[in-house]
Ligand binder design. Structure first.
Ligand SMILES: Nc1ncnc2c1ncn2[C@@H]1O[C@H](COP(=O)(O)OP(=O)(O)OP(=O)(O)O)[C@@H](O)[C@H]1O
Length: 358
């Protein structure tokens, strides 16, 4: 089922004072059938509020929400054909796993046998065979999250909503559960909206990521677009580590355009939407920069910190008072630079992404 949010705005009115909080503002989004879209952003940026409005737990102050082309703003949560998986699992502690999973079917006209067959199928799907008669307290965190997932899936929702479902799990389990959720979501081809503040989780699970900041959308794109072509410094900074080198667009020879850093010139003939005199920021990911011995590279810098991180070394360099982060992979086969060493940094023109200074 396709989902569309048009011009959504949510203003909370404080009960204690006259203060109003605009949690979501001018929010526009289309999710195609079968797609998994993630809302990503810092705490308080409006992710959960947006998700809850799609579920029907929260009413939008203005705007429209379409599920399969139908405006659902006035349709109650239990009639929307959506199901939510919560961070806290939301399981009933005194009910067995089977009873928890089949809770949503209790008002449906289904025989006991049909319900228990369905429960078996779903438990198999999420890897919970044999756990049906336990109580949630007798399960690990990962297993409890599977129960929550099974309970959401059993009602055959057309849209699955995930509210930070993996936050309570340890790092390793989070990774494997995230892969399982993605596999299952693809297999069932179920349209999903997923909320997280963890950028790695968002990158690995999503067809598209919506980066939010203070209730507004900063950028919508595939994980690669968001990572390598961020539209703002906020997006670049929120997703992974990044370096910013401020510079200006200058006129080169034969009407060409160039960037000048120090006394080094980068010809940018292919980027047509840059105007001479414009202030821009060069965005470079740490893995796009390499280090050379002094005199062999591009810009001169000094190593001020190095950290061994297994598959790569992280170097922090001082370049004219700016800190530059560089990741050198496969460190066994590379020269190891020392703290205090003067080095040159190098990057290829193709790895440069420019953001205009606001
Ligand atoms: N019921 C409410 N009453 C008043 N303000 C609220 C209410 N719910 C949320 N807010 C405010 O709306 C803004 C967005 O909250 P929301 O929970 O959607 O953010 P979030 O991005 O999901 O954050 P987190 O990652 O911390 O869960 C916040 O400023 C929050 O304080």
């Amino acid at each position: 089922m396709a989902v569309e949010l048009k011009n959504i705005r949510k203003v909370f009115q404080s009960k204690q004072s006259t203060e109003k909080v605009t949690a979501v503002d001018n929010f526009q989004l289309k999710i195609k059938e079968g797609e998994l879209v993630t809302l990503l952003g810092p705490s308080g940026c409006g992710k959960t509020t947006t998700l809850r409005m799609v579920a029907g737990f929260e009413t939008a102050t203005s705007g429209e929400i379409y599920l399969d082309g139908k405006d659902v703003v006035n349709i109650p949560a239990n009639k929307r054909n959506t199901a939510m998986v919560f961070q806290s699992y939301g399981l009933f502690p005194h009910m067995t796993v089977v009873d928890n999973i089949t809770y949503g079917l209790r008002f449906k006209k289904m025989s006991k046998i049909a319900i228990s067959q369905k429960a078996e199928e779903i438990m198999q799907l999420v890897g919970l065979e044999g756990f049906g008669s336990r109580n949630p307290g007798e399960l690990s965190g990962g297993q409890q999250q599977r129960v929550a997932l099974a309970r959401a899936l059993i009602v055959e929702p057309k849209v699955l909503l995930f509210d930070e479902p993996l936050s309570n799990l340890d790092a390793k389990l989070r990774e494997s559960m995230r892969d399982e959720i993605r596999k299952l979501q693809k297999r069932l081809s179920i349209t999903s909206l997923y909320v997280t503040h963890d950028q790695i989780e968002a990158m690995s699970i999503s067809d598209k990521i919506v980066v939010m900041n203070r209730g507004k959308i900063e950028q919508v794109g595939t994980p690669e677009e968001i990572y390598y072509y961020p539209r703002s410094k906020f997006v670049a900074d929120f997703i992974g580590k990044v370096n910013f080198l401020p510079t200006q667009v200058e006129e080169g020879q034969n009407n060409s355009i160039q960037l000048v850093i120090d006394d080094k010139v980068i010809n940018m003939e292919e980027t047509e939407d840059l105007a001479v005199g414009e202030s821009v920021v060069i965005v470079l990911r740490p893995e796009s920069i390499s280090l050379e011995k002094k005199g062999k590279g591009f810009l001169q810098a000094k190593v001020i910190r190095k950290t061994y991180l297994g598959s790569y070394f992280e170097y922090i360099l001082d370049y004219k008072g700016n800190l530059i982060t560089v990741h050198l992979t496969n460190p066994r086969h590379k020269y190891i630079f020392n703290v205090g060493e003067e080095v040159d940094i190098y990057f290829a023109k193709e790895d440069i992404h420019l953001i205009k200074e606001e």
